[in-house]
Every structure is written in structure tokens, then in C-alpha cells.
Design a protein around this ligand. Structure first.
Ligand SMILES: Nc1nc2c(c(=O)[nH]1)N(C=O)[C@@H](CNc1ccc(C(=O)N[C@@H](CCC(=O)O)C(=O)O)cc1)CN2
Ligand SMILES: Nc1nc2c(ncn2[C@@H]2O[C@H](COP(=O)(O)OP(=O)(O)OP(=O)(O)O)[C@@H](O)[C@H]2O)c(=O)[nH]1
Ligand SMILES: [Mg+2]
Length: 461
């Protein structure tokens, strides 16, 4: 790609730092680097040099690196000017590079070029951004695995299998007057079934990967005044939410990222659920319901003195949330030795802890007694099955999960069509499934998708 321009950006984070880097990529990168340093740059060699302005005065004293195409991050000629990490000095250095013909890079443009040059596929390029944004060690490790191509390889393996199946089906179409079974139909169906299973397994892993990337999305729900906001504050370790003894205090959603022993969790406090309320409170309840639709986990807070009382109000809202943790709050107000009200005796079975739920945790958000057990349970849920280094989890995005789901739907359609001997329709569904997989790695791509993905990167990445 010789007709591309040369881009430049500060690659290091804003603010003062030990070292700061201006990175250049494109056909003029080397010439610009050599003009700034007044030296010939040898590939893959650290040159200690002064970085000069137009008048020959030193802007900084630093290290220059040159990576010759195609053996560089972007696949183009790349030069790095590693100077002192001050905002002003880096800005002046960047301005000098622009004066010499470089253009300011858009967010993600280095990685976009790496993608366009075939150095990374799309899912890997997204993993670069996810690695930069990772909020805890597990998420960082999982993003690094996606960057290594573990996710992409699995997608491509299924895509390759689908391609082989498509070839078989297209060939059978050319012999339309013969029954499919004389053309290896049984083997074809078995192969398609196995591919469907592999796709389902990958989808489950991608869903897990999506949680790793975004953190477990936990929504605190319950009747008014149960102590939901108090619990959020206790978990966040600060007075984030307003707490009063007036039922209906919280109206809006309040998001807070908390970290429990290094494991990240995104918590949302919601308006108490009850019948009635004014217009503002009802809007708050509507938002609570909507937030629960997207939740991985509901933390249901009930008053320990009357847990049955609030349960009916939350029944609808928590239906369909994959996981629940039941909390009986205000345990400090129970008379010493008083047993927790038995669960499930209030005629509202939908809102009682289900068979798969753990028994309620009794605690006090106010005093902090019993909070340790909640911490432990939340940490176990957020860590999911990625306990060890060896589990091979990788990060994924909603885009990947949605696209894999779409491919699974098309694959199921193809299987149904095949059993009706509708080869043309089966071929069409297989093509759609194959294309969907291609969108994940960028083999099949829409340019607006690229723009959307790369624009969310940092500048300089
Ligand atoms: N100073 C610096 N550190 C950095 C980066 C960078 O661009 N500059 N990276 C940027 O994000 C990451 C490292 N990623 C990189 C990926 C590929 C190549 C590269 O030159 N690849 C060549 C050569 C391969 C090799 O020698 O191993 C290639 O793939 O052909 C460089 C950095 C993190 N650290
Ligand atoms: N004794 C005691 N009081 C508590 C506890 N947790 C919360 N409270 C009190 O209960 C009242 C309501 O607490 P909030 O945290 O505002 O309750 P909420 O569920 O967020 O209420 P809404 O936002 O109105 O739905 C406040 O007066 C709190 O101080 C607790 O563990 N023990
Ligand atoms: Mg509240």
C-alpha cells in the first residue's frame, strides 16, 4: 500500500510519565525520523539521538527506533521517537513530525492499519483495545489470549468446516434429480450436526468472554427502603448513593464499578419496586426493570424482619436473570437469636430463591456484619469458571456474541432445510452462517463496521 499517507500520534498516556513516545507509521516515517534525529536509522536498532526542531535546536534527547515494513506493528515502516514523558515536550515533537509531512492519526488508526495490512484480524484488533482497557488481571489475561488469536482460530476452524459443507451442498445441487442420500447425505448431516455443536460451545465461551471483558453486571433490586443503596455504598466503600429513611429515595440508576480482591464487578443500584409511586418513581422502576433485562446477576435485597413482604414486588423483574443472590438486610434489627423468616411461605414461588439459588445471606449494610460472606459469593460468581491460568478463557464483545448467535440460527435453519431436501435454501442459510463468522474476524466486512470499531480506540493505538 504505497499510496497511504504517514500518520503520527503520541502513543503513551496523557500526563507526565518517565518516557513518552511519538509513533509514526507510513511510507515517510523513516525520512521524518531521520530528519528529526539528523541520523540514518538502522532497522531494529536503538539510536540515542537528539530530536531537533526546524532551526536545529534540540526539542528533546531520546531514543529512536525504526522498524522496516513489513516487520512492524502496522506492517508499514514505523518509527518511534521515545523522549521524556512530558505533555509539552511530546506535543512539540509531534508538531515537528507534522511539519515534516505526517498527519495526525485518528483513534485506533495504527491498529486499523495493522488490520488492513493483515497483521491482525478484526477480533485481534479489538482485543488490543480490550487489553488496554482491561480493569483487572483476569480480563487482561483473557484479552491477551484473544490477541494471540485463540478466539479467531476457533471461529476460523468452524468457518472452514462450513465452507467444506457448503461445497458439498452446492455439488449436490448440481445433481438435483438424485436423492441426497445417494450423494453422501447422511455424512453431510452428521458433519453439520457436529459443526452446530462446535458453534454452540464457542458461543458459550464467547458469552463468558463477554462477561470477562465487561465485568459481571450485577443489579441490586428489592422493595423500597430495604437498604439497596446502603448495600451499594457498603460494597463500594464510599457514600456513592443517597440513603434516607424515606421509601422511594432512589429514582435513577446508579452505576459503580467495584473490585473485590482484584476481581471487577459492575454494580447498579435501582429504585425500589412497589405498586404505585409518583411519575418519577415509576420511571425509576421502569429503568430498574430494563436494567435487569441486561443483568448477569440480581442481588435481591429484602428486609430481614419481613423478607416475604417485598418478594412479590420483585418477582416479575428478576424472572430471566441468569443468577441471583438473596440478601436479608438489617439483620442488626433482628432480636438476638431470632431465626430468619423461612423462605417460600408467602405464596409467591416465582420470587423465592429457586432450587439453584444459594440460601439468603443475612447481613447488615449499616454495621457491615455479614458483608464478608457476600463479598465471597460475589467474587466467586464474578470469577466464574476462570479460576486458573490454564482455563484458556478469552475476551469477547457483544458484537461477537450476537454474530455467533446469528450464525447458530442460520445453521439450525440449514439443518432443517436439509432434512426437507431443500438444498437451495440450505445452501443459502449456510452461506449466511459462513458470512456471519467472517464478520467476526473481518474476512467479510462492512466499512461502517470498521469505522465504528476503530473509532473507539485511544489515539496512538
Ligand atoms: N515501544 C513499543 N512497545 C510496544 C508496542 C509498540 O508499538 N512500541 N506495541 C504496540 O502495540 C505492543 C507490542 N506489539 C508489537 C507487535 C508487533 C511488533 C512487530 O514489530 N512485529 C513484527 C516483528 C515481529 C518480531 O520481531 O517478533 C512482525 O510482526 O513482523 C512490534 C510490537 C506493546 N509494546
Ligand atoms: N438498622 C439498619 N438500617 C439500615 C440498614 N441498611 C439500611 N438501613 C436504613 O434503611 C433506610 C433505607 O436505606 P436505603 O439504603 O436508602 O434503602 P433503599 O433500598 O435504597 O431505598 P429506596 O432507594 O427508597 O428504594 C435508611 O434509613 C438506612 O439507614 C441496616 O443494615 N440496618
Ligand atoms: Mg435507594
Amino acid at each position: 500500500m504505497t499510496d497511504r499517507d504517514t500518520i503520527a500520534a503520541i502513543a503513551t498516556a496523557a500526563g507526565a510519565g518517565g518516557v513518552g513516545i511519538v509513533r509514526l507509521s507510513g511510507p515517510r516515517a523513516r525520512a521524518i525520523g531521520e530528519a528529526v534525529t539528523a541520523r540514518a536509522l538502522r532497522p531494529r536498532h536503538a539510536h540515542h539521538a537528539r530530536f531537533l526542531d526546524a532551526a536545529g535546536e534540540a526539542i528533546d534527547d531520546g531514543i529512536a527506533l525504526y522498524f522496516a515494513a513489513p516487520a512492524s506493528y502496522t506492517g508499514e515502516d514505523v518509527v518511534e521517537l521515545q523522549g521524556h514523558g512530558g505533555t509539552a515536550v511530546l506535543q512539540v515533537l509531534l508538531a515537528r513530525c507534522r511539519e515534516l509531512g505526517a498527519r495526525l492519526a485518528r483513534p485506533g488508526e495504527f491498529s486499523e492499519r495493522a488490520f488492513l495490512e493483515g497483521r491482525l484480524d478484526l477480533a485481534q484488533a479489538e482485543a488490543v483495545a480490550d487489553l488496554v482497557a482491561a480493569g483487572d488481571a483476569r480480563a487482561a489475561r483473557a484479552a491477551r489470549r484473544a490477541l494471540d488469536g485463540e478466539f479467531s482460530q476457533r471461529v476460523e476452524a468452524i468457518a472452514a468446516e462450513l465452507l467444506a459443507i457448503r461445497v458439498h451442498v452446492e455439488a449436490a445441487i448440481d445433481f438435483a434429480d438424485e436423492p441426497l442420500d445417494t450423494l453422501g447425505g447422511a455424512a453431510l448431516r452428521a458433519r453439520l450436526a457436529a459443526t452446530g455443536d462446535a458453534l454452540d460451545a464457542l458461543l458459550a465461551r464467547a458469552e463468558h468472554g463477554r462477561r470477562l471483558r465487561d465485568g459481571l453486571h450485577a443489579v441490586i433490586v428489592g422493595p423500597p427502603n430495604a437498604g439497596k443503596s446502603s448495600l451499594l455504598n457498603a460494597l463500594a466503600g464510599s457514600d456513592r448513593a443517597i440513603v434516607t429513611d424515606i421509601a422511594g429515595t432512589t429514582r435513577d440508576l446508579l452505576h459503580e464499578v467495584v473490585r473485590i480482591d482484584g476481581v471487577e464487578l459492575s454494580l447498579v443500584d435501582t429504585a425500589g419496586l412497589r405498586d404505585g409511586g409518583d411519575a418519577i418513581e415509576r420511571e425509576g422502576m421502569r429503568r430498574a426493570h430494563a436494567e435487569l433485562q441486561r443483568a448477569d446477576l440480581a442481588i435481591i435485597v429484602l428486609d430481614a424482619r419481613d423478607p416475604a413482604g417485598g418478594r412479590t414486588a420483585v418477582a416479575d423483574a428478576i424472572a430471566g436473570v441468569p443468577q441471583r443472590v438473596w440478601v436479608h438486610n438489617k439483620a442488626d434489627l433482628l432480636a438476638a437469636g431470632e431465626p430468619a423468616s423461612p423462605a417460600g411461605n408467602d405464596g409467591a414461588p416465582d420470587a423465592t430463591p429457586g432450587a439453584s439459588d444459594e440460601p439468603p445471606l443475612r447481613l447488615s449494610a449499616l454495621s457491615g456484619v455479614g458483608l464478608d460472606a457476600l463479598h465471597a459469593r460475589l467474587k466467586a460468581l464474578a470469577a466464574g469458571d476462570d479460576i486458573g491460568e490454564g482455563t484458556g478463557a478469552f475476551t469477547a464483545r457483544s458484537r461477537h456474541v450476537d454474530t455467533l448467535r446469528q450464525a447458530a440460527v442460520e445453521l439450525a435453519a440449514a439443518r432443517a432445510q436439509l432434512s426437507h431436501e431443500s438444498l437451495d435454501l440450505a445452501a443459502e442459510a449456510l452461506r449466511a452462517a459462513h458470512d456471519a463468522l467472517g464478520e467476526i474476524t473481518g474476512r467479510v466486512r462492512a466499512d461502517d463496521l470498521l469505522g465504528h470499531i476503530f473509532s473507539s480506540f485511544c489515539v496512538g493505538k
